[in-house]
Design a protein around this ligand. Structure first.
Ligand code: SAH
Ligand code: SF4
Length: 416
């Protein structure tokens, strides 16, 4: 069953003010700026050098602790400054085209962002997955993807454009608005929600796109997500997933410091060249060396290796044996992902029994190897299904509607 929310209703948490949608004209947003950019923005509206540090701090707090989406809700900022800020900047949320809730509680938001000079406005999806004791937000980094992994639906779309730091970050802000993770904007200072009560406890860069092909913007956004004076998510609870952009793997450890996941999917170059073609540029040996040397990696900070289970392609016990050999010496855990099929794909998901045998083998070799339960299937929110599939269905809806309209108009003509 698919539940499509009527967006005319208030946000989930009645105390959360409704987000003000961004005006059509493109005004730069303060969201996604690092402290230095924010200070520059404040200087540009006349904040003096003497006040700049205090004002930057104040606005940071409103944006990321209070989560306000309206400059007028920044109560301790003078009216004159609010007026000048509003003339040049916005903090409004993006348009939310659709919100869906799965029977299993998974939520998916379709957000629309301005074109930023690249043709039409773009749409991306963000997924929230509630689990026992935690809630994970799956964030997109690009519209489409430059890479062409053969089992991934996003890989069949071309890259439209990179998301900006604002667009990466705002996916978390929207989720927190909708789930009630921010305090109401008029909550007195000191009465704000503690970290422990939050719905979104983890962020994974596993939505659409390859985050390491959009390094600077993703870095800026994730450093704000982890900022202890703002959203303050622990870096251990932020995971960046890459198909294997080797030079930027080291940079991720050094400059961002978040947990790393590698989309491995094959244990030899011949097969990986086909499944994950970036392997031709950076083959397995280079990829695994980058993992071995990942800054901060240890037994308590393991690298996750994602492995999609494709029937008769990479799911034999010999593959499991090769996988264990390959991971030797790397503090690792293995995440087995049952393949999510999509129309036109040449692959099938492995039999459940085979997935379990594979998992048992890896487990017996000393690696945690959970099988990822597919979530949000009814709202097309599972790995590799994002956006492209909803777009296809919306196209079908449109076609059905157009056909109905045509038939009605023919019937109307006949009646006249
Ligand atoms: N581009 C990045 C992150 C986005 S993909 C990457 O490739 O790591 C997130 C995860 O979903 C990756 O591990 C990817 O291999 C996996 N995935 C993609 N399509 C899938 C599908 N159809 N079924 C199961 N997993 C899929
Ligand atoms: Fe891009 Fe990741 Fe899909 Fe490969 S698996 S096409 S890198 S989104």
């Amino acid at each position: 069953m698919v539940v499509t929310l009527d967006m005319s209703h208030p946000a989930t948490n009645p105390a959360t003010p409704l987000a003000i949608n961004r005006p059509a004209a493109e005004i730069p947003s303060l969201v996604g700026m690092d402290r230095q950019d924010l200070a520059e923005a404040l200087k540009s509206v006349g904040v003096t050098d003497k006040q700049i540090k205090m004002r930057t701090q104040q606005i940071w707090h409103w944006l990321y602790v209070r989560g306000v989406s309206n400059i007028d809700h920044m109560l301790n900022v003078s009216k004159a400054l609010r007026v000048s800020l509003k003339e040049k900047f916005t903090i409004a949320r993006p348009e939310i085209v659709e919100e869906q809730i799965s029977v299993d509680g998974t939520r998916k938001w379709l957000m629309r962002f301005p074109s930023r000079g690249a043709g039409k406005p773009v749409e991306i999806e963000t997924v929230y997955i509630p689990e026992e004791g935690r809630g994970t937000l799956c964030v997109s980094s690009q519209v489409g993807c430059l890479l062409t992994c053969t089992f991934c639906h996003t890989g069949t779309q071309t890259l439209v454009r990179n998301l900006t730091s604002e667009e990466v970050l705002v996916q978390l802000l929207v989720a927190r608005d909708k789930l009630g993770d921010f305090p109401a904007h008029d909550t007195p200072q000191g009465a704000i929600q503690p970290n422990s009560g939050r719905f979104v406890t983890n962020v994974v860069m596993m939505g659409m796109g390859e985050p390491l092909y959009n390094f600077e913007e993703v870095k800026k956004a994730l450093l704000i997500v982890a900022d202890p004076e703002g959203l303050s998510l622990s870096k251990r609870r932020i995971t960046l997933s890459t198909s294997g952009h080797v030079p930027n793997i080291a940079r991720t450890g050094e400059e961002i410091g978040v947990a790393l996941a590698i989309s491995l999917h094959a244990t030899n170059d011949e097969l990986r060249d086909v499944l994950v073609p970036i392997n031709k540029k950076w083959p397995l040996k280079e990829l695994l060396d980058a993992c071995r040397n990942y800054p901060g990696v240890s037994n308590s900070r393991r690298i996750t290796f994602e492995y999609v289970m494709l029937k008769d392609i990479n799911d034999s016990l010999q593959d499991a044996r090769d996988l264990v050999k390959l991971l030797k010496g790397i503090p690792a855990k293995v995440n087995l992902i049952p393949f999510n099929p999509w129309p036109g794909t040449q692959y099938e998901c492995s039999e459940w029994e085979q997935i379990e045998k594979f998992a048992d083998f890896i487990n017996a070799a000393g690696y945690a190897s959970p099988i990822r339960t597919p979530r949000g299937h009814d709202i097309l929110a599972a790995c590799g299904q994002l956006k492209s599939e909803s777009e296809r269905l919306r196209k079908i809806d449109r076609e059905v509607l157009e056909r109905q309209n045509r038939q009605e108009s023919i019937a109307g003509d006949r009646d006249q």
